[in-house]
Design a protein around this ligand. Sequence first.
Ligand SMILES: Cc1cc2nc3c(=O)[nH]c(=O)nc-3n(C[C@H](O)[C@H](O)[C@H](O)COP(=O)(O)OP(=O)(O)OC[C@H]3O[C@@H](n4cnc5c(N)ncnc54)[C@H](O)[C@@H]3O)c2cc1C
Length: 397
Amino acid sequence: MAEHRQNTKTAKALANAVKAFVDEVIIPNESKLALRDQGSLALQMELMQSARRSGLCNLFYPLSHGGKITSLEDYLIVAEQEGRTEFSQDIFGSHTALDAHMLLKFGNETIARQFLEPMVSGNAIPCYGMTEPGHSGSIPSLISTTASLSKGQWRINGKKWFISNADRATFMTVLARTGSEDIPIHHALSMVIVPTNAAGFKIERLLTMMGHSYGQGEVSLTDVQVPEHFLLGICGNGMELMNKRLSLGRVLRAMNWIGLAQRCLDLMGERIHSVRGKFSRLADKQLVRQHMVNAYHAIASARELIRVAARSIDAQAPDEIAINVAKLASSRALCIASDSAIQLHGAEGLSDLTPLFGISRIARSSRILDGNDEALISSIGRRLISFYQREKVYSFD
Ligand SMILES: Cc1cc2nc3c(=O)[nH]c(=O)nc-3n(C[C@H](O)[C@H](O)[C@H](O)COP(=O)(O)OP(=O)(O)OC[C@H]3O[C@@H](n4cnc5c(N)ncnc54)[C@H](O)[C@@H]3O)c2cc1C
């Protein structure tokens, strides 16, 4: 109990420090960071070093590797502060926390030394290669990248696309087929680590998202060879690892999105009380009030759903319904809040005079990334219906 109180206190102190850093250091630089040119990448690096010096990087890394928070539920208040700007994930290193946990849990000593430890010191950047061109990314059974083992080496062939951070990653966790077509998919895939400087690893092209470059890339792997022990987990358990990765990843992203949604709500409040807002008497308009209520309602509900999902992961009993509902709710909250905020800002909301257009790109992509809306709804519905095959009353406790 005393330990729990101490952890919560630590999380609160970190959330305050992150909030101050975001408000004072990152937000004033947002328009420069949005350019994503040489200058902005140098600025991002500078801010990253500053965050590192302030002890605010990699906060949700495993404790053994520099992290400061163990419980996902405690991390919520920190992650939402990190999430208030679309640029903070790189600066605080939070986008790499998921890989850090995966490598520690399923990697061996060599993987920890060669990939995890350099991540802790900021000298390695991970990316994740699951989605492939040519067929639906939502159906893992279609994965056609192969990894075959011969004389102690994995030989990997295939293509991946829409890979975040492909432009600067130093290694990729590749989801590949290691079993033949007749093996059930639950035993046919594996995860293998591939350094991006391996012979045969090539960035074919960079892809923009809604006209903006986020470093997404299409990558080909041609006879890439890596040692046998670059395998995560055991051979054939790639689907299981993929589901574990998705569960934690969805909750971490949902936490960031809720922070971004709250930023939109705060910007709406600022606009309503601005000189222009007062001219138009926005505070007196019922439809404006409705925008505020819709955004508040969506954010507050999603926050509680995230808490439930986080608690289930903390308890080592991930509740897939809660996790998927939390991801859906958070994405919806961000879509509602960013759309309302753009509306209340008029033409300025669509311009680069506010951060809202950039946020709306993140909002739109949140409905596709890490499990599209329809697939999640379908999975939640299927699980609920199958629950009622066995039971009569669902318990929310
Ligand atoms: C910003 C961003 C970053 C990404 N980063 C990465 C990354 O780092 N690594 C990586 O491997 N991939 C990444 N992706 C790719 C992402 O994982 C895929 O886009 C996602 O899995 C969906 O696959 P798809 O795009 O092939 O769409 P598809 O699977 O072809 O689906 C297209 C549409 O079909 C419909 N649909 C699909 N399934 C169902 C269903 N079960 N029921 C009803 N309708 C359905 C939905 O409307 C869906 O949006 C990223 C994507 C985005 C947008």
